[in-house]
Each structure stands twice: as C-alpha cells, then as structure tokens.
Write a protein that binds this ligand. Sequence first.
Ligand SMILES: [Zn+2]
Length: 168
Amino acid sequence: MSKTSALSQLRQQLQRLPGVGENAAARWAQWLLVNRQGQALAEALKLALSLEPCSQCQRLAVGDDCPACADVADAVRVAVVVNEDQADRLLASGYPGYCFICHGRLSPTSGVGPAELGLAKLQQGPWQRVDAFFGDDVEDKATVLFLRQCFKGQAEVYHVTEEDGWRN
Ligand SMILES: [Zn+2]
C-alpha cells in the first residue's frame, strides 16, 4: 500500500466516527502521525476489541462475567435501552430486571435494522414484561413498535421515557 493511500484510509476510518467530518479526520490523522500517538491508540483499540460483549445484555467488553446480569431480582422482566449510560442509571435506581442494551435505535435510512441492535437475541429471553426506554422521535417510536410486534402474545411492552422512570 502506498503512503498516500495508507493516510487516506486512516482519514476515511476516522471520518466514520460519529460527529467527525472530513476536516476533523484530517487533523486527527495528522496529530496521530506527527505526535507518534498512533501506536498507543492502535494497541488500546486492539485490546478493547478483543473483549467480548455480554451474551445476554450486550454490555460491551465484559464477556459473560457481566456484573449487571449476575444480580437480577426479576428474571422475567427486561428494560430495553439505547446505551450503557442509560443502563447504568437505570440499574443504579434499583431496576429489578435485566437491562438489554441496543446500542442504537432502528433506523432503516442509516442501515440500522433489528440485526444491528441484536433484537433476535433479546427475543429469546423468558420475558413477561418489557420496559422499552425510548424517547419520542421517529426512530424511538419505530423501535418500540417493532418490539411490540416481536413480543405480541408473549410479553407486555411498555414505552417509558427515562424521565417517567420505572414502576412496578
Ligand atoms: Zn450482561
């Protein structure tokens, strides 16, 4: 690979990060190379990517020693949330069930479908109650609608916002 195409590939990969445009990607690439920070970043990234997500709740980099799944009072109740911060807040508030992390919302226009969110895995659970913690925009509502269809006849799906909080 030529030096120019290696650099352009680095810029392209950086540009795929959320909120990073062409100019920022070029600045980051230059900084990484000029300041010789790239190796440390590459090693940290390689290590992080070698860690497995929890097979039950999709929490990243914990494998099956997931602290969140080890301590669940209500094994037939699950909260479905968008990200780990939301899951942490919910569990800290005493939520009694599992907390399944989608790492996003359904968004056909961005190529995010049920498979990208791991929803087939979620469907395999023994759930009787699903608390879907999503907001009110189009992607949030589409995700909740999809969950309702998935669990029809199996579990009650409640659309709750984080501000509402969970109830028994
Ligand atoms: Zn877990």
